[in-house]
Ligand binder design. Sequence first.
Ligand code: NAP
Length: 484
Amino acid sequence: MTVAMLADRLSGVSEEVNPESVSLCPLGTAAAPEQELLCIFGTGDFGRSLGQRLLQTGYRVVYGSRRPHSCGPLPQGAQVMSHEAAAQSASLVFLCIHREHYDFLEMLAPHLKGKVLVDVSNNLKKNLYPEANAAYLQRLIPGAHVVKAFNTLSAWSLQNGPSDAHRQVYLCGNSAEAKQTVAEKATKLGFTVLDRGSLSAARELEDFPLQLFPEWRLPLLLAIVLTAFFFIYVVMRDIVYSYVEKGKDTSFRIMVSMANKVFPIVSLIMLSLCYLPGIVAAFVQLYRGTKYKRFPDWLDRWMLCRKQLGLMALAFASLHVLYTLIIPIRYYVRYKIGESTISRIKENRTSSFDSTTAWRSDSYYSMGILGFGLYVLLGISSLPSVSNALSWREFNFIQSKLGYLTLFFCTFHTYLYGWNRFLYSYSYKWYTPPGFMLSLVVPTVVIVLKLLLLLPCVDRSLTRIRQGWERSDPAEDSKKSLLA
Ligand code: NAP
């Protein structure tokens, strides 16, 4: 074989060749060991992508197909045969067919005995079948060594090669040797292998690709519930109240004014909910006097979705900024300013400059701008490309120290917005407090609790606990639990 032919072969562009008869001879000198032949059942999307990658990596590939003579274009250099012939020619078979079609494999059981079968299949939804696909396959062909693997990759990602989001190949199986064989192939293809244990883990692996934004569910649900609740709340207080009590139709305010009341409320509550679980966890550790006991599941889950909570809060804050920017160009606002100016001129009225109001409004805007600026910084630093470039200390400084500062600025911004309105009875329409007052409850609690944790005596105990100190003797504890 010439060097040109060899280069063609390795790049997968050579003409179709007989895999049984070809051996690769680098530079025409010493004969290299013949490349291993791997079998793929199924010439569909996944089978083709996998075959192409295997060929590019240097393996030889033989396809087993129902229609070996009319199965369409395959990666160059691959062979195609009947299932039976293909199974006989290799010791490892990738099953790139849907589980619904596994039945025919039972007839091939004698040819598949002792071989490694790689099950790559997924299902359309969870718990569709009583047993995992891989377990079913093992039951159909008890003499084979079934390994569940590659199912968390897509045909597309296989074709494009390993990338950040698709670098891992999870695998499980009952035979350590078979798993080792599959792991070698995956590593050669450039993937990182994660062994999940025996075949009983197959269902878990099959459920992986069915997950849809699992960490986003809780923040999304919370955002929907909070938005719906506060939207109804402010519409009742501002629009329905005006209509019922004063006979005025102000429903046009729904589009901008009401939206611009709800978004900052939801944003502030969600931002404070990012920091609340950390504070709850600190108090739990102080109460238990150890960091070595697991947090309750709900707290674990809450802490795991803090990044998503923060990003959703940032999205709402951005909407608030956009809605605020358009206030001066609103017809209603321009009309009101014009009308008030004309009536002042008509009545020859003037008003004196109130420096307290100027201070208050400037501080209100300034706190809002600073809060939003830090909000954006928190969002940017949570991007993987940015957070990967930061040390743990730097990341912690931004997310924790600057995070609390953001919460403080945004809460102060809201207090300045309310100013002394809480003193006036007209603020409590139908005996309900304004929405912004409700939005201050959680952030205020978080800030007060955080200040408590910063008290030197509390901070010292918490730091010791986090460095491994325990209030009670663990040996005593285990004795007590044994006696109990
Ligand atoms: P596909 O494009 O529909 O291909 C399936 C192949 O199975 C067909 O091309 C056919 O090959 C064979 N087949 C169809 N009916 C059959 C039958 N009655 N008996 C025997 N063989 C039959 O499907 P795919 O997307 O490649 O998926 C194949 C497997 O990979 C599935 O289990 C899927 O869950 C899994 N998977 C796919 C992806 C993906 O991104 N596509 C990702 C992860 C896992 P022949 O005509 O050559 O026989």
